[in-house]
Design a protein around this ligand. Structure first.
Ligand SMILES: NC(=O)c1ccc[n+]([C@@H]2O[C@H](COP(=O)([O-])OP(=O)(O)OC[C@H]3O[C@@H](n4cnc5c(N)ncnc54)[C@H](OP(=O)(O)O)[C@@H]3O)[C@@H](O)[C@H]2O)c1
Length: 243
């Protein structure tokens, strides 16, 4: 039975993905920091294991990868966990800024890339494996008040493409997919935004993309944003700038 490792499986899109993938015969390894929430999700699913892990902690990442190896047959890594810290740089003291920038990059980018590196040999050992990196419409067109988040998602978008080239050149058999999400109704967007889709809708669209062997999955309004960006980057920027 194939194993899927989902980061940020304790709530939101990650928890919805866990439900979708459980229904498709995957064993699940779910990580996050909130152990109670993780256990709640895992205990409602067959064949799910919860491993507390802070992606900003390199030692914990290593343990998570070791647990994936121990469980065996890792064939899907979904890099879903992220945080969005909403502020303007000029509103913070330099020290505050350094701490918050470092933490957000560590979770959304450094830890995510390091976990990918840890898992790659396991994925390469199993034909038909896949890495799914969850990005955002804000990777295409950023907004003013979450500059670091937008930068990490744009970096993850570029990393995804580059890693895909590497795996294709190595003929490793590991597919690399970017899932670009629009606004989703989760804790990340609580109290702001309109026209959000549900986490279940986002998860279903991602799984359809996996099953369709897609390199890029644009979900809901992220499709429109991508088309608009191709036609007029300037107009696309206006749609997200003040969000
Ligand atoms: N919501 C949106 O509108 C939206 C739009 C575009 C893209 N996305 C992307 O969709 C993905 C899922 O977001 P969401 O909306 O489901 O957010 P969410 O409800 O806030 O969930 C975030 C998940 O990430 C985990 N996480 C946060 N910090 C972590 C850390 N240091 N180590 C390990 N896990 C950590 C959280 O678990 P713990 O708190 O237990 O650690 C939680 O499970 C993210 O990549 C996000 O950028 C979301």
């Amino acid at each position: 039975m194939p194993l899927a490792l989902i980061t940020g499986g304790s709530r939101g899109v990650g928890a919805a993905l866990a439900h979708e993938l459980a229904g498709r015969g995957y064993r699940l390894l779910l990580c996050g920091r909130d152990t109670e929430a993780l256990d709640r999700v895992a205990s409602a699913l067959p064949q799910a294991t919860a491993v507390p892990c802070d992606l900003a902690d390199a030692a914990q990442l290593r343990l998570l990868a070791e647990e994936s190896a121990r469980l065996g047959e890792l064939s899907l890594l979904v890099n879903n966990a992220a945080v969005q810290d909403v502020y303007e740089l000029g509103d913070l003291t330099p020290d505050e800024g350094c701490d918050r920038i470092g933490r957000e990059i560590a979770i959304n980018l450094t830890g995510t890339l390091q976990l990918t590196a840890h898992c790659l040999p396991l994925l390469r050992a199993r034909p038909g494996s896949r890495i799914v990196n969850v990005t955002s419409g804000l990777a295409i067109a950023p907004k003013r008040r979450a500059a670091v988040y937008c930068a990490t998602k744009a970096a993850l978008r570029t990393f995804t493409r580059s890693l895909r080239y590497q795996e294709q050149a190595a003929a490793s058999g590991v597919a690399v997919t970017e899932a670009v999400l629009p606004l989703v109704d989760t804790a990340m967007t609580a109290g702001r935004g309109s026209g959000k889709i549900s986490p279940a809708e986002a998860a279903r669209a991602i799984v359809r993309g996996i099953e369709g062997n897609r390199d890029e999955v644009y979900v809901g309004k992220a499709k429109l944003l991508n088309v608009l960006y191709r036609v007029s980057p300037r107009l696309s920027y206006l749609t997200t700038r003040d969000g």
